[in-house]
Ligand binder design. Structure first.
Ligand SMILES: Cc1cc2nc3c(=O)[nH]c(=O)nc-3n(C[C@H](O)[C@H](O)[C@H](O)COP(=O)(O)O)c2cc1C
Length: 178
């Protein structure tokens, strides 16, 4: 079964992923949001601690309230939904916040790739490490103080304006030694 997977398709998906900030305003199906969070939970994590939890937001006033207070996430006004990815430090390997953050970054990238696969648009908007943004998200979404809200991912149907960037730089690769 595994050998039958088309590697070209998987690589093409990775190369096609881009930050989408222009949305049509259509709603996002709950089943799609679940698929995205399932993809997030499939990420690797230190000692397999899976130190993440997610807040899925579809309620229009809440999306707007998040947009009001997050200066670099104004696309939430047009997004049909958002997933706020949270790092739960007490679940992390050795309870280290660094592991909690690293692991939830991996989960976030999985969500972004899964969104691309579903034909949805998404963009990582930073909460962590900006304390004022984390505080704001905590307040709006009633996230406990012990939890680090890592990022808010606005999700929606893309208008098609956003395109992937070619970031391949041969000079960034070192073979055998630096
Ligand atoms: C840690 C992190 C924080 C980011 N924060 C924001 C943000 O607050 N707002 C935003 O519009 N994009 C944000 N981005 C998206 C980047 O701007 C984007 O990934 C980068 O420009 C490369 O473009 P691409 O995602 O289309 O490849 C963030 C990305 C990362 C990884």
């Amino acid at each position: 079964m595994e050998g039958k997977r088309n590697p070209d398709q998987a690589i093409a998906l990775i190369l096609e992923r881009k930050s989408v900030r222009s949305f049509t305003g259509e709603a996002v199906a709950r089943a799609d949001l679940e698929t995205l969070m399932k993809a997030g939970m499939a990420a690797p994590s230190a000692r397999n601690r899976q130190p993440w939890e997610f807040v899925a937001v579809t309620d229009r006033p809440t999306l707007d309230l998040l947009a009001d207070g997050l200066p670099y996430a104004k696309m939430l006004y047009q997004a049909g939904a958002a997933i706020v990815v949270c790092a739960v430090v007490e679940k992390a390997h050795d309870r280290l916040p660094e592991y909690a953050v690293i692991d939830t970054c991996a989960a976030t990238e999985n969500i972004l790739l899964a969104a691309e696969a579903l034909g949805l648009g998404a963009v990582w908007t930073a909460l962590y490490p900006r304390t004022e943004r984390m505080e704001y998200a905590r307040r709006v979404l009633r996230i406990p103080d012990s939890v680090l809200p890592l990022c808010a991912i606005p999700i929606g149907c893309p208008t098609g304006e956003d395109r992937p960037k070619d970031k391949f730089r041969r000079e960034n690769i070192h073979w055998e030694t630096w």
